[in-house]
Ligand binder design. Structure first.
Ligand SMILES: [Zn+2]
Length: 217
């Protein structure tokens, strides 16, 4: 364990997926955006909760069910409070719940724009193995190869050849993982040449290199 630079990348998508819904205002399917607002309706002992979406062209609303006709006793207190207060974190969780959205809309537009927060977990002096742990709290359409290419500054074909040459692998490992959307808990492991360590370190950590550190040739 003395040859590792381990970092955590937390990937926070910027744009929630947008379902395409038939819009009565526009007369055809349009992408709808989450307004971030919840509508809660009580009828006797039953509750309906919807996340309100708006047509991106005309502003018409679509109420996306979070649940409908649920007995109030079956809604836990934290969820009820989150619904009543438009809790931004919980609303974000619903807005990014792609599987639930796909059950309500025939097609869903996804976006691959995301901010990546980088933290150093372990850094040994003479590391030659870079490990990147991915934390992906919200579903995103970002593919693993695009994320690595963008953040590490290498081409996607370069990534594939590193993968073919066993210099790059993942845990879990399965064929085609580079072209799949990123998943929480994936670890990317890259064998790094000593002479290019500083370049890899800067890209992986987002930190400036110590100006006094000499490049190892
Ligand atoms: Zn519309």
């Amino acid at each position: 364990m003395c040859n590792i630079l381990r970092v955590r990348w937390t990937v926070i998508p910027r744009t929630a997926p947008e379902p395409r819904i038939a819009c009565s205002g526009c007369g055809g399917p349009r992408p709808f955006r989450s307004s971030g607002k919840i509508r809660l309706n009580a009828n006797g002992r039953t509750l309906d909760a919807w996340l309100i979406y708006r047509c991106s062209s005309c502003g018409n609303t679509w109420n996306r069910p979070i649940f409908e006709r649920r007995n109030v006793r079956d809604v836990d207190r934290a969820t009820l409070e989150a619904l009543q207060s438009n809790d931004p974190d919980r609303v974000r969780g619903w807005a990014f719940d792609l599987d639930a959205l796909r059950r309500k809309a025939q097609s869903v537009d996804e976006y691959a724009d995301a901010d990546v927060r980088k933290e150093v977990l372990i850094e040994s002096d003479a590391w030659t193995v870079l490990e990147i742990d991915l934390a992906v709290p919200f579903a995103t359409g970002f593919r693993l190869d695009r994320l690595l290419a963008r953040e590490l500054g290498i081409t996607r074909s370069g990534l594939q050849s590193a993968c073919d040459g066993m210099r790059l692998r993942t845990e879990p490992q399965h064929p085609g993982i580079l072209r799949k959307r990123i998943k929480d808990g994936t670890r990317v492991i890259i064998a790094v040449d000593a002479k290019s360590r500083l370049r890899w370190r800067a890209a992986a950590t987002g930190l400036p290199n110590d100006p006094g550190a000499a490049e190892i040739g």
